[in-house]
Design a protein around this ligand. Structure first.
Ligand SMILES: Cc1cc2nc3c(=O)[nH]c(=O)nc-3n(C[C@H](O)[C@H](O)[C@H](O)COP(=O)(O)O)c2cc1C
Length: 390
């Protein structure tokens, strides 16, 4: 039986991401934790995102010299510290003040990219100023095309070289736990208000002195007075564009000269189409089980996608990554890197920026150790002979 770490312990004592989730659950209000942790409908996608890793087992080599090991890799021609990207998550300012900035700094300290959400609570310009960082911008394709054009222009002006368009979120997934916490959009019901009052440390950090964090990239999109989180949430809902299709991606491909990634792909055919259109990379993703329930795990289609798009296209994936073993299984199956969603958010909730650094340190150590246990000195040595589907 697994023993659980007592939730009031410090993030420093956590030895894995599950323990950090337990600590975060205690430190942030219920509505924030449920916003991060939950999935859609019956949470079948969410559960399978973890279960899938158990269906792959290693067949390691033992008699190889692994005294020196290197977990760095190349992504879009740049060397990064490990095959990991902090993925885009919206409204991080609810977890801790300037959450995006804390995530971006931790990513920079570990030599990995940080993808900022369109609906972030720190501006893209402030993120671009983090020393030593490699910021990516996640783009929601809103109905207001002028806004999208200006957002892309702002990316270029701020020095971003990579944007990721999210393709799976124009229609919101049915997150039932989330809807129960509010009496109106972003207005908490009384139970959750009470729960917030019991978190004075969180209130001091997040609500005092500026009030609820606001969306810093949306500026002109919002009507006058719409800058309040409630007003913005309503407007964002209206701006999502269920008509999003390949012509829009073609338009963006012509508009944006940097690296273009599609995030949310779960079909081999769409990955192939992306390559044909000149897209530079895909993130296979079921949005961490928050959108379509009963969707495949990206791990289940990764080998087929790699075969379909060939060796030259960048293929990344997310949804469920919590351990070094998970990440190396994905690399063996053909991934260039993985994105983290909840893993780093749990660190952020449990311990702010040092908590995120702790998550990345844990994964770094895990990757070094697991690589050695597999009998390999570098990621290049990983191949299909080391993994078996059971
Ligand atoms: C709280 C939260 C907010 C998210 N917000 C966004 C977002 O703004 N844009 C986006 O493309 N994906 C968003 N995602 C999805 C993540 O980028 C990622 O696909 C997912 O979290 C990966 O699964 P994991 O959490 O199991 O690692 C969000 C995920 C979470 C948990």
């Amino acid at each position: 039986m697994k023993r659980r770490l007592l939730p009031w312990r410090s993030y420093r004592e956590a030895r894995n991401i599950a323990e950090l989730a337990g600590i975060a659950r205690r430190r942030v209000p219920n509505f924030v934790f449920e916003y991060i942790d939950g999935g859609s409908d019956d949470e079948a996608s969410l559960a399978n995102n973890r279960a899938v890793f158990d269906r792959y087992r290693f067949t390691p080599r033992t008699l190889t010299d692994v005294s020196v090991r290197d977990i760095s890799t190349q992504l879009f021609g740049r060397r990064i510290g490990m095959p990991v990207v902090i993925g885009p998550t919206g409204f991080n300012g609810m977890v801790t003040k300037d959450g995006d900035l804390k995530l971006a700094r931790a990513a920079a300290a570990h030599g990995i990219p940080f993808a900022l959400s369109t609906v972030s609570t720190v501006s893209m310009e402030d993120i671009a100023r983090v020393p030593g960082g490699w910021p990516w911008m996640q783009v929601y394709f809103f109905r207001d095309r002028k806004f999208v054009r200006e957002l892309v222009a702002r990316c270029a002006a701020a020095g971003y070289d990579t944007i990721a368009v999210t393709t799976d979120s124009a229609i919101y997934g049915n997150r039932e736990w989330d809807s129960r916490n509010y009496s109106a959009p972003l207005v908490l019901n009384w139970r959750n208000k009470l729960n917030v009052v019991c978190r004075p440390r969180w209130m001091l950090d997040v609500l005092v002195p500026d009030g609820l964090p606001t969306f810093k990239n949306l500026g002109d999109l919002l009507p006058p007075g719409g800058i309040s989180p409630q007003g913005a949430a309503a407007e964002i809902g209206k701006q999502h564009m269920p008509s999003l299709n390949w012509q829009d991606i073609q338009w963006l491909r012509d508009e944006w000269k940097g690296k273009l990634i599609l995030k949310g792909i779960l079909s081999v055919e769409e990955a192939r189409q992306a390559r044909e259109l000149g897209v530079d990379g895909v993130v296979l993703s079921n949005h961490g089980g928050r959108q379509l329930d009963h969707a495949v795990s990206p791990m289940e289609i990764l080998p087929e996608v790699r075969q379909a798009v060939g060796a030259n296209m960048t293929v990344m994936l997310d949804s469920g990554f919590r351990r070094g073993t998970d990440i190396l299984k994905a690399i063996i199956l053909g991934a260039d890197a993985v994105l983290l969603g909840r893993a780093t958010l749990f660190g952020l909730g449990a311990g702010g920026e040092p908590g995120v650094n702790h998550v990345l340190d844990l994964l770094q150590t895990d990757l070094h150790r697991t690589l050695g246990l597999l009998g390999c000195s570098s990621l290049k040595e990983l191949d299909g002979s080391l993994l078996r589907r059971v």
